[in-house]
Structure formats: structure tokens, C-alpha cells
Design a protein around this ligand. Structure first.
Ligand code: FAD
Length: 301
């Protein structure tokens, strides 16, 4: 059996790993130059900053076991269970995990030993595979013109955009907050202390915009740099002038979905839209697709 996985984000990599472990020949196509998708770390002046997912939560036992293995190898670490809330207060929740090498290093780890073709954007469902897994946001999957059973589910997904601003200051001059949820703000939804979560104390904050701020600015995200930096300074009462890099996530966050995947039997759709929109969901969705393919394969024997 031959399987093609399209997309080397967490969902695609988890799917491909499970398939490969089950003895299936699997090839992964990724349009980007690196793996990870929204588990994204980009280098600025030689240092990685996390500009997609801010952290991950591992409250499913299997994903928690993977997090534990990453921890044992020094790839991931529990970061904090407490974040600030603006205006006023803190919130305590599940332990958020971070990665000293940037969160994308975890995707790189998942990709180890797999047949991944980078810079390889597919524009149609490949004909040379017994099964094809589209591991990506539904609107991106629709570009490959999947069959109706998959297209209908992809079309029904509702996605919101985010602009992420990596703000590099001359020195650290903010409170010890780890990160913050910003409520009822016209520009910002969250701010994270990237030096704190990475553990190198770099003077770098990463802010994520609201969807309403991002939506009209997707055509020219860099033009929003000044407004984003001003909003960060206003919320944290800072006066420094950071260097700002803005990254556009057109499909950042889906409305939470049900089920683990969609399929017509040959083409599959996986990703974080199948559950709460987070890294763990993507990993579970990709693995569920792989297990369903492997299960179908064994029942055909
Ligand atoms: C700003 C932001 C903040 C977030 N914060 C958090 C957080 O704090 N905690 C958390 O758990 N989650 C967070 N998330 C969500 C988390 O990043 C996602 O749930 C997870 O990374 C999704 O993985 P995925 O594999 O489903 O999709 P993606 O990561 O989007 O992977 C899809 C991949 O498919 C590739 N692709 C698309 N089309 C094609 C094609 N035609 N051919 C080849 N390749 C293609 C893309 O390049 C991409 O690499 C955040 C996301 C964003 C954007």
C-alpha cells in the first residue's frame, strides 16, 4: 500500500509516523521550505522565535507520553500554568509546554526518518497512491479539489486569521508575566515572552492580533508593524522601540469541530479543525487517520 500525505504540519507528520510504523510506504509533500506548518519558529539575527503556536498543552495520555519523551531528550519542557490577563489579573490552567529550540524543532523531530519532500506544493490529488491524506486547513485542502465527502467538510470549517508580531527590544523591561491574554482590545489577543518560554531571556515578545484587526490587513501585513508594537507597549506600559517582524496567518484558528477526520474512503482530511484548535488535536487527528487506514488495510487482507 502507498500513501501520500500532503502537509508536514503536526497532523501530517503524526499521520506519516504512524503509517510508517505500521509498515506502510508513505511520502509527505510539504509546500514550505521547512516542516512544521503553524508550529512555526523563525530565525531573527540567529535566534529562533515562535511565531505560530505559542505553546502546547498535553492532556491526552498519548500526547502527554510523547511530551514526556521530548522532555527526557531536552526538546520540550513544562513552561507555566499561569498567564497574566489584561486588564488586571492572572489565570491558572493546564501546564503549557515550550521548546528550548523553538516549537518547530518538535516537528523536525517528528519528521525524522520520514520521506518528506519540501518545497513541493501539490495542486491536485495525486493519482499514484492508494490513500491521500490532506493534513491542512480545509480552505487549503479545497485547492486540491477533493471529492465531495471531503470538500463538504472542508467548506464547512470556519477559520480566523491572525497577525503575529515578533518584537525585539534593546533590553528586557517588562513584568514577569510569561505571557498574557489581552481582553477586549482592538488590536491584540495575546502577548508572549519568547525569551522566557525559550529559556534564553532574550528581549523578545511575540504578540498575536485579534482576527478583526488581522482581516483587513492580510494583503499588507508589514504595514501593521507600528500599530502592533504600539499596542504591545500600551498594554505592558513599555517605552522601548522594538524591531518588528509581522507574519500573516490567513488560516490561523478554526472553530472547534467534532469527529477526528473526514474521508470518502481514499482521500482523507486531518488537522486541528477536528477538535479544539491546538497542537494536540492536530497530532491526534493525523494519528486517527493513520489508524483508520491501517485498520482498513488489515481488514482487506
Ligand atoms: C498564531 C497562532 C497561535 C497558536 N497558538 C497555539 C497555542 O498556543 N497552543 C496550541 O496548541 N495551538 C496553537 N495554535 C494552533 C496550532 O499551531 C495548530 O493547531 C497546529 O499547528 C495545526 O497543525 P496542522 O498540521 O493541523 O496544520 P498546519 O500546521 O497548518 O499544517 C498544514 C501544512 O500543510 C502545508 N500545505 C498546505 N497546502 C499544501 C499543498 N497544497 N501542498 C503541500 N503542502 C501544503 C502547509 O504548508 C503546512 O505546513 C496556534 C496557531 C497560530 C497560527
Amino acid at each position: 500500500m502507498r500513501v501520500v500525505v500532503v502537509g508536514a504540519g503536526v497532523a501530517g507528520l503524526s499521520c506519516a509516523r504512524e503509517l510508517a510504523a505500521g509498515g506502510v510506504a508513505v511520502r509527505v509533500h510539504e509546500r514550505g521550505r521547512v516542516v512544521g506548518g503553524r508550529l512555526a519558529s523563525k530565525r531573527f539575527d540567529g535566534r529562533y522565535a515562535d511565531l505560530g503556536a505559542a505553546y502546547f498543552v498535553a492532556d491526552h495520555p498519548d500526547f502527554a507520553a510523547l511530551a514526556g519523551r521530548w522532555r527526557a531528550r531536552g526538546l520540550a519542557r513544562p513552561w507555566t500554568d499561569t498567564l497574566a490577563v489584561y486588564p488586571g489579573g492572572t489565570t491558572t490552567g493546564p501546564v503549557r509546554w515550550a521548546a528550548p529550540g523553538g516549537l518547530r524543532s518538535l516537528a523536525t523531530d517528528l519528521a525524522g526518518g520520514l520521506n518528506v519532500r519540501l518545497g513541493s506544493e501539490l495542486t491536485a490529488i495525486p493519482a499514484d497512491a492508494d490513500a491521500v491524506v490532506l493534513a491542512m486547513p480545509g480552505p487549503q485542502a479545497l485547492r486540491l479539489r477533493p471529492p465531495a465527502a471531503v470538500a463538504d467538510v472542508a467548506r464547512a470549517q470556519v477559520w480566523e486569521p491572525v497577525l503575529a508580531a515578533v518584537c525585539t527590544y534593546g533590553k528586557r523591561s517588562w513584568p514577569e508575566i510569561h505571557g498574557a491574554f489581552v481582553n477586549d482590545h482592538p488590536v491584540l489577543a495575546t502577548i508572549f515572552d519568547d525569551g522566557d518560554r525559550r529559556g534564553d531571556a532574550a528581549p523578545v515578545l511575540v504578540a498575536h492580533s485579534t482576527a478583526a484587526f488581522a482581516r483587513p490587513r492580510l494583503a499588507d501585513p508589514s504595514a501593521a508593524a507600528g500599530e502592533l508594537a504600539a499596542a504591545v507597549n500600551e498594554v505592558l506600559s513599555l517605552t522601548g522601540r522594538p524591531e518588528v517582524h509581522v507574519h500573516r496567518w490567513t488560516y490561523a484558528s478554526p472553530a472547534p469541530g467534532t469527529s477526528s477526520f473526514a474521508t470518502d474512503g481514499r482521500v482523507w482530511l486531518a488537522g486541528d479543525a477536528f477538535g479544539k484548535p491546538r497542537v494536540q488535536t492536530a497530532w491526534l487527528s493525523g494519528r486517527a487517520v493513520a489508524r483508520a487506514i491501517l485498520g482498513g488495510q488489515s481488514s482487506e487482507r
